[in-house]
Design a protein around this ligand. Structure first.
Ligand code: NAD
Ligand code: ZN
Length: 241
């Protein structure tokens, strides 16, 4: 049996599957990852823009980056990897998809049980009153403000150094803990606490299957490592089910 067949076999036996996705699954849709090629924007690294400090110092710069990303993501469509996870959900009794992505492509593909633990680029949150609203407009003002209180709006995403929504995190932790199989796709496994979810599943007895272009810090101990493009591997993983 080769690694792909082993992974297919593990998935075919499982009734409780939890998936964790990162930026890599959307790369083939045209959404740049933070750490790969194309991660730079006007010579700024994402780690210098996606922070509360950057937003406090220069909200217009941070918003310009988000206006650019929203325009870019608006033109992107789900790829075969997103669609394969929709198919996997349909044939799995208990399925949870935890995603670090903020692009909304899993939901656009038709995935239902999605925990977007890093938020959504299509939701805006008021920095004054806290109201969150979906807003997909691409012609926002340079510094968008709240309809209710006039406060400055920000993307409703989790920036470096910020904590995750405790309820979402709790549900993600539970899904990882209860999984028979944890499928980890396109994440470099260095951003905590999301990276620790695979470890939680592993320690609770799940088989962890990793799909990535290259080895990650998790590759040494996971059950199966499948190296390659998510858009090619995931359809083959689920076609046998
Ligand atoms: P990352 O950029 O750190 O890592 C991406 C990983 O995907 C790498 O390990 C890379 O080897 C792998 N990869 C790239 N192309 C792939 C492909 N075609 N198939 C399989 N794997 C591929 O991303 P991260 O670990 O998710 O962390 C960055 C954080 O930034 C995320 O938590 C997220 O919130 C945010 N982010 C989101 C998006 C998005 O919504 N699409 C994009 C960039 C960053
Ligand atoms: Zn407000």
């Amino acid at each position: 049996m080769d690694d792909l067949e082993r992974a297919q076999d593990i998935l075919a036996r499982a009734e409780r599957i939890t998936v964790l996705t990162g930026a890599g699954i959307s790369a083939e849709s045209g959404v740049p990852t933070f750490r790969g090629a194309g991660g730079l924007w006007e010579n700024h690294r994402p780690e210098e823009l996606a922070t509360p400090q950057a937003f406090a110092r220069d909200p217009e710069l941070v918003w310009r980056w988000y206006h650019w990303r929203r325009g870019l993501i608006a033109r992107c469509r789900p790829n075969p990897a997103h669609r394969a996870l929709v198919a996997l959900e349909r044939c799995t009794p208990r399925f949870t998809l935890i995603t670090q992505n903020v692009d909304g492509l899993h939901q656009a593909a038709g995935s239902r049980q999605v925990l977007p633990i890093h938020g959504s680029i299509w939701h805006l949150r008021c920095t004054a009153c806290g109201t969150v609203r979906e807003d997909r407009r691409l012609d926002l003002p340079a510094l968008p403000t709240c309809d209710d209180c006039g406060g400055l709006l920000r993307p409703d995403v989790v920036w470096f150094g910020e904590s995750l929504d405790p309820e979402l995190l709790q549900r993600a932790w539970q899904a990882a803990h209860q999984a028979e199989v944890m499928l980890v796709v396109g994440t470099s496994a260095v951003v905590q606490p999301a990276a620790g979810l695979a470890q939680v599943a592993h320690e609770a007895g799940a088989a962890v299957i990793e799909v990535n272009l290259e080895p990650t810090p998790n590759s040494g101990w996971v059950e199966v490592v499948l190296l390659g493009k998510a858009g090619e591997i995931l359809p083959r993983l689920v076609e046998a089910l």
